[in-house]
Design a protein around this ligand. Structure first.
Ligand SMILES: Nc1ncnc2c1ncn2[C@@H]1O[C@H](COP(=O)(O)OP(=O)(O)OP(=O)(O)O)[C@@H](O)[C@H]1O
Ligand SMILES: [Mg+2]
Length: 217
């Protein structure tokens, strides 16, 4: 089983959106998945409980029960554990990173998000975990040209030598409306959003395969 932790100390960056989309993407591809919601707001659980068709399993956990949940998931033959984490909780976030094969940091293209990332990145680096930064809610590029906002953030991420994922999630209403019904944007008619989610899944899947090989070596 592989474990992905979706983290950001800054609130509202899109952790739950990314975590639920990854869990749904895995499920839709036949990967037996558990989504562990370690945020007391339980947004990820709320999202998935609105789903009508079968979906990934979801468990509400606290930092302290995360390890038990991981063992239990492995014992049940789950193939993927996705952990959605609360904002601002350094301890909970650190525990999720320790248990993860890959830590995914989510940032919006704002200076406040970037400032929050400095701290998140320093925790991830201290713990020595493979990681990726996902830029979320970015304005759509016009004729292939990124907005000044996105260019500035990419430059900031470059200064930090942050491991930026080659996939940018754009600001699209379908991410919100799909989750209202517990569905992925991949299950909507928004082809652009569906393509972004599929690319994100392919990227995360490849990174997890790398971490498996590194463990074996
Ligand atoms: N790419 C996107 N396009 C449009 N809306 C988005 C996108 N990503 C997230 N949102 C919206 O932004 C809001 C915050 O997203 P989300 O709940 O995923 O963030 P979060 O980091 O989990 O927040 P919290 O810190 O409260 O747990 C939600 O209303 C969500 O629908
Ligand atoms: Mg959340």
């Amino acid at each position: 089983m592989r474990t992905v932790a979706v983290i950001a100390l800054k609130g509202g960056s899109g952790k739950t959106t990314v975590a639920t989309h990854l869990a749904l993407a895995a499920h839709l591809r036949g990967v037996d998945t558990l989504l562990a919601d370690s945020d007391p707001q339980k947004s990820a659980q709320d999202v998935l409980s609105a789903r009508e068709s079968p979906g990934p399993e979801v468990a509400v956990v606290s930092g302290a029960t995360l390890l038990n949940t991981q063992f239990a998931a492995e014992g049940l033959g789950k193939q993927l554990l996705v952990i959605d984490t609360p904002a601002g909780q350094v301890e909970d976030v650190s525990e999720a990173i320790v248990l993860a094969d890959l830590a995914i940091m989510v940032v919006r293209p704002t200076l406040l998000d970037l400032a929050g990332l400095v701290r998140t990145l320093s925790i991830v680096r201290r713990l020595g975990k493979p990681s990726a930064v996902i830029l979320n809610q970015a304005p759509v590029a016009r004729e292939g040209v990124e907005s000044p906002l996105v260019k500035r953030i990419l430059k900031g991420l470059d200064y930090m030598q942050a491991p930026v994922a080659p996939v940018i999630l754009r600001s699209r209403a379908s991410y919100q409306t799909a989750l209202e019904r517990g569905r992925s944007a991949e299950e909507t008619s928004d082809r652009a959003a569906a393509k972004e989610v599929a690319e994100l899944w392919d990227y995360v899947f490849a990174r997890l395969a790398e971490s498996r090989q590194a463990k074996r070596a």
